[in-house]
Design a protein around this ligand. Sequence first.
Ligand code: WQD
Length: 322
Amino acid sequence: MRILVIGGAGYIGSHVARAFLDRGAEVTVFDNLSTGVRENLFPEARFEEGDILDYGRLEAVMKGGYDALVHLAAFKAAGESMEKPEKYSVNNISGTLNILNAACAAGVRRIVFSSSAAVYGEPEYVPLDEGHPTNPENYYGFTKLEIERFLGWYDKLKGIRFAALRYFNAAGYDEAGRVRGLERNPANLIPVIMEVAVGRRAELKVFGTDYPTPDGTGVRDYVHVSDLAEAHVAGLEYIGKHDRSLTVNLGSEEGLSVLEILEAARKITGKPIPAAMTARRPGDPAKLVASSARARELLGWTARRSDAATLVRTTWEAYTRD
Ligand code: WQD
């Protein structure tokens, strides 16, 4: 099986490339290294440096003969997407349309797409299942939902089968330490906590302590990136076997609060990790937790490594590896 992993030098993309390599697939990574890093490239995988905005390059690479592609190349900062929507329109939407059209030209008919729980927006109920209304609150989430709609049309009109995987909060690192790249200037909770623990930031700002949650801080569904990666393999197997597309949530179905994560980090790192209780971050819902029942039923998938201790320990190991 020859797989093209677009965005495969990134945090999630490199774990996905690793999962396909571990199953004996022949993997090529296509990445412009704008946020991905060379140290996330595996010697067993081919590397094609390129930009999804360069249609000619994309088409030429795809004509190399691939059974499937995985598309993880996107900007993902929800806050930034509200300040610079044009950046997200060009990269996330135009870039994806290039990928879809190059796939048609090259005869690549299976796509695994990195979608997001951000397509749902403010939850009307939790846990969120795939039938929950999709009213994204930020432009990033809007681009992911629009791409899912493009995929639906390309399925209908061009016979491209896709697996749209709606990630909840991706976290953790490969337990064998094979992925080494750290995100530059992270905004997500666990890497920010790690930067405080190693002294790169002075303190953690806890965004809001007055939410209607047990300890007043935001609750999220953190899912280990290796669990996510396994779902990409299972998703591709499913669309190949059934010749049918699918859209599933990927979450641990467990909610963890900011303070629960912070306490786990203090315990595991042995560091004080100073924290300031500050105002809510605009747009943050109190609680986001997945129902992954459909992924369990259709893919036989469950999150196996997504407990707080494993998420924090594997991230701490990545931040303290020399
Ligand atoms: C988690 C919790 C914060 C940082 C975002 C995107 C989403 C997806 C995942 C791509 C919240 C709190 C955080 C900090 C804090 N991205 N927090 N201090 O906002 O749930 O989701 O990343 O698919 O689209 O929106 O993740 O890690 O930013 O926040 O208190 O310095 O931690 O309020 O409760 P979020 P997060």
